[in-house]
Design a protein around this ligand. Structure first.
Ligand code: SER
Length: 869
């Protein structure tokens, strides 16, 4: 039975059990951001399992194209690992459950495929007594043939999942790893060919399992495995679904299949990867450095490298694609229609990688030699990055090659180098306009280039690389400047920012990040390729960012209204002196000699909003200068005009010459709000304002601000003002209270400390340690004490561990007797490990060693005694 026949028989069998046969879904998941590529038969049906969507039938059967790359390094090393495989599936969405699923699975395997029942074993989840009962009582399997396994629970990322039951075929003791090898062992003896998932849970983002409302069945049977059993082949690779590709590759190689394990691995890798790349490109994936494009690139480059390993000299992937298309001719006929396209994409990537593969491999081999010589085992991240950046080696490829030599790479170092390069690229992009101005238009018929706001498609007339050099092709990751034969993109100018958007090429995608105009009027699109490639002469589909463009139009028309309103409110001397019209806001500079008052601003704002709410029609007409003047158009400050001018009219309100983007009716502006008014220099004022969604954002911001204040002040938003006033009054009262308490406290302290006054040689002296106090309060206390005792005082206060404040003060009469506060301080500060000094009547210092404080204070008395004449 051929692989195609098995597929056909499976679908027909389940059709006879009232299942609806559906086509395989494309590999790119629709509306499922959690998945990069479809990796299981059930994946396209997630919403049916969870009940979010109603299925076209409660019983469905499919043969689904699947790609899994989690185990890519095992491909070719084992009999069963693939990056691409086909999964046969029968599904019940709240319809039949275990009983039927088990019975039909068994019937198909035994009666249709005719696999002898005595070779079959089944596994169930440890706790699934229901499944045991069905297998034992209804199917008649002996209990020892039903193996309970904890791992029988199936899930893939988040989504529907549940316990499962599998059918295994015993391929014979000679395929086993040991005499006591059992079902569940990973070796080649017991092969799982059928997986019945009893889908009853949904795995959530947080890792928890929610029971589903209805119980479902998700059955999966790998087509290649079934084929290997039916066709009695040692591995999936020898089946008619894959072997023709191996056959093709070995004809070009210097090795034969079966000759050596290592070269067999390469042949198998090529065969597996050829299937993946063909189907992926057929389903719309393009090589790139991100997401599924990167998966494809990695697979493709891996295949090229394995081709080299087995001595294939020429480009060989397109030929392998032919084989894949032949194998799938009846089941995926669309591949045949897309053959040229698929081969072109593959050849370009193969060609590109070929040119650097040898150099890169040479470099890597050299590094491997060095590492081995130095008895090191880890390749520097920088080197791995160089291989990636210069030679296009996916890091996984470098890592795999290293592993073959029992070495590894420094992935962290690689990531860091990658990050650095991204930053450099970002910095370089900031300079993009400077570069774009350098493009050389020689040889381009610029007179034939058109601008058309409605254009949806265009032809690429010229491509320039980052250096401004004209090139015929550009590849993903490259920054480019493009000229199109016709363009709807508005080029930066007249204060308005340039348009952005995307260009879809036949086999690539370009993101346009700015549009600029050269001196001769030619429009240059600045961007970079995110996927595939772009070529001169190709037709591209234009996806302008329309939402952004409309925001810009709102701000531009509002700028005209603002201009007119300012003239009305402030006077005819108001003239435009510069402007910025962006997506997020507008800025308008104008001549005026004093600050615009709050009332004037409000008036201007009101007038503009009146015009908006009237819903005035905005027209744009091309005419000549004289006609425009006759219409009453305001010529814009400092601008030159050609013969033909564009007149923008807001019906009955404003007329201006302007090439920019505008709304069709002022009502589209929504609302207008001035944010700031300021001066930019002599006689020029600046207004910044928002419109449309910008006003809404402003309102939200204000609303949030009030809510935040209300939350902090613990009141309702509408009570905020009264509440803040009350809080302020309260704070004032509290401050008064604190001051009162503080002076009472100081009073008390003075009284306490006064007790410690002593008389030294007839001079009143107060030497004391007082509680922690900041310097200011300490000094205030000192003043008070000095006056009170009329003598000399020395105070010490420990602020915190390791920080002492020292203060000495003396009245005039004791200074006359020889007391010198500065010298006292100098001496005692030294003892506590600090320093300082000062005047005879007042000195301050800091100290550190708190344990020395008593000693220092004792010394103070001695010094005072010595000082007195
Ligand atoms: N979802 C299960 C699997 O992929 C059964 O289809 O094995």
């Amino acid at each position: 039975m051929t692989g195609n026949e098995i597929r056909e028989k499976y679908l027909k069998f389940f059709e006879s059990k009232q299942h609806l046969i559906l086509q395989s879904a494309p590999l790119i998941p629709e509306n499922d951001p959690t998945l990069l590529l479809i990796g299981a038969g059930m994946a396209p049906f997630k919403p049916f399992f969870t009940g979010k969507m109603k299925p076209p039938s409660t019983r469905i059967t499919t043969c689904q194209k699947c790609v899994r790359t989690g185990d890519i390094e095992n491909v070719g090393r084992t009999a069963r690992h693939h990056t691409f495989f086909e999964m046969l599936g029968n599904f019940s969405f709240g319809d039949y459950f275990k009983k039927e699923a088990i019975a039909w699975g068994w019937e198909f395997v035994v009666d249709v495929l005719k696999i002898p029942a005595e070779k079959l074993w089944v596994t169930i989840h440890t706790e699934d007594d229901e499944a045991f009962k069905i297998w034992h009582e209804e199917i008649g399997l002996a209990p020892e043939r039903i193996v309970r396994l904890e791992e029988n629970f199936w899930e893939i990322g988040t989504g529907p999942c549940g316990p499962c039951s599998e059918i295994h075929v015993d391929l014979g003791a000679e395929r086993g790893c040991s005499a006591d090898c059992k079902v569940g062992c990973d070796c080649d003896r017991y092969l799982e060919i059928w997986n019945l998932v009893f889908t009853q849970f949904n795995k959530e983002e947080d890792g928890s399992y929610t029971p589903l409302a209805k119980k479902n069945i998700d059955t999966g049977a790998g087509l290649e495995r079934l084929a290997s059993v039916i066709q009695n082949k040692p591995s999936n690779f020898e089946t008619d679904l894959i072997f023709p590709i191996i056959d093709y590759a070995q004809a070009l190689a210097t090795v034969k299949y079966g000759q050596a394990t290592k070269s067999d691995i390469s042949l198998k890798v090529i065969a597996d990867h050829a299937r993946s790349m063909t189907i992926m490109i057929g389903d719309g994936v393009l090589p790139s450095n991100e997401g599924r494009g990167y998966v494809l690139r990695r697979i493709l480059r891996r295949a090229v490298r394995h081709g080299k390993l087995i001595g294939i000299k020429e480009m060989f992937l397109a030929g392998a694609v032919d084989k894949v298309i032949e194998i799938f001719a009846t089941v995926y006929p669309e591949l045949k229609e897309k053959r040229d396209y698929i081969q072109k994409v593959i050849q370009l990537e193969e060609e590109r990688f070929n040119t650097t593969l040898e150099q890169g491999t040479e470099l890597l081999n050299e590094e491997i030699k060095n590492l081995t010589a130095q008895q090191q085992v880890v390749l520097a991240g920088q080197t791995a990055f160089k291989l990636y950046d210069t030679f296009g080696f996916p890091w996984e490829l470098t890592s795999e090659i290293l592993e073959e030599h029992n070495l590894s790479m420094d992935k962290q170092g690689f990531d860091a180098a990658m990050q650095e390069q991204r930053e450099r690229a970002r910095a370089a992009r900031a300079d993009k306009n400077g570069n774009a101005a350098l493009v050389d238009l020689n040889g381009i018929d610029t007179a034939s280039l058109k601008q058309d706001e409605q254009a949806k498609v265009a032809k690429i007339v010229a491509i320039f690389d980052e250096q401004g050099k004209q090139v015929a092709k550009a590849y993903d990751g490259q920054d480019v400047r493009l000229i199109l034969d016709t363009t709807p993109f508005y080029a930066e100018g007249g204060g308005q920012v340039g348009d952005i958007g995307e260009l879809k090429c036949p086999s690539g995608n370009i993101v346009i990040s700015n549009t600029i105009k050269l001196a001769d009027g030619s429009v240059v699109h600045v961007g970079s390729l995110t996927d595939g490639l772009a070529q001169v002469g190709e037709a591209v589909e234009i996806k302008l960012n329309e939402v952004r463009k409309l925001s810009i139009a709102r701000n531009h028309t509002a700028t005209h209204l603002l201009h007119k309103a300012l003239k009305t409110v402030l006077g005819e001397h108001v003239n435009q002196a510069g402007s910025y019209v962006g997506e997020d806001r507008l800025r308008f500079d104008f001549s005026h000699f004093s600050q615009v008052t709050k009332q004037e601003l409000q008036q201007v704002e009101n007038i503009v909003n009146e015009q908006i709410l009237k819903g005035l029609v905005v027209t744009k007409v091309l005419t000549d200068k004289e006609q425009a003047k006759a219409m009453g158009a305001t010529a814009l400050f400092g601008e030159k005009y050609g013969e033909v001018v564009r007149v923008v009219t807001v019906a009955g309100y404003s007329i201006e010459l302007c090439g920019g983007t505008h709304v069709d009716n002022t009502a589209q502006i929504g609302l207008f709000k001035i944010l700031t008014e300021s001066s930019t220099g002599a006689g020029i004022r600046r207004i910044e304002a928002v419109t449309g969604a910008g006003v809404l954002a402003y309102l939200y911001e204000q609303e949030q601000l009030v809510q935040q204040v209300a939350q902090i002040a613990k009141c309702r938003a509408q009570d905020v003002v009264a509440r803040v006033e009350a809080l302020q009054a309260e704070a004032k009262e509290l401050h008064a209270e604190i001051n009162k308490l503080n002076s009472a406290l100081a009073e008390n302290q003075t009284a306490d400390i006064e007790q410690q006054v002593q008389t030294i040689k007839g001079v009143a002296a107060l030497i004391a340690q007082i509680p922690a106090m900041d310097v200011e309060n300490l000094r205030a206390l000192g003043d008070k004490l000095r006056d009170k005792i009329a003598g000399v005082i020395v105070l010490a206060s420990v602020q915190e561990e390791g920080k002492i404040s020292l203060l000495a003060m003396a009245t005039k009469d004791v200074v006359a007797k020889g007391i010198h506060a500065g010298n006292i301080i100098k001496e005692i500060a030294k003892v506590t490990g600090g320093g300082g000094g000062g005047r005879p009547d007042m000195a301050q210092a800091g100290g550190k060693d708190v344990s020395k404080l008593p000693e220092a204070l004792q010394l103070a008395a001695t010094v005072i005694e010595q000082q007195i004449k």
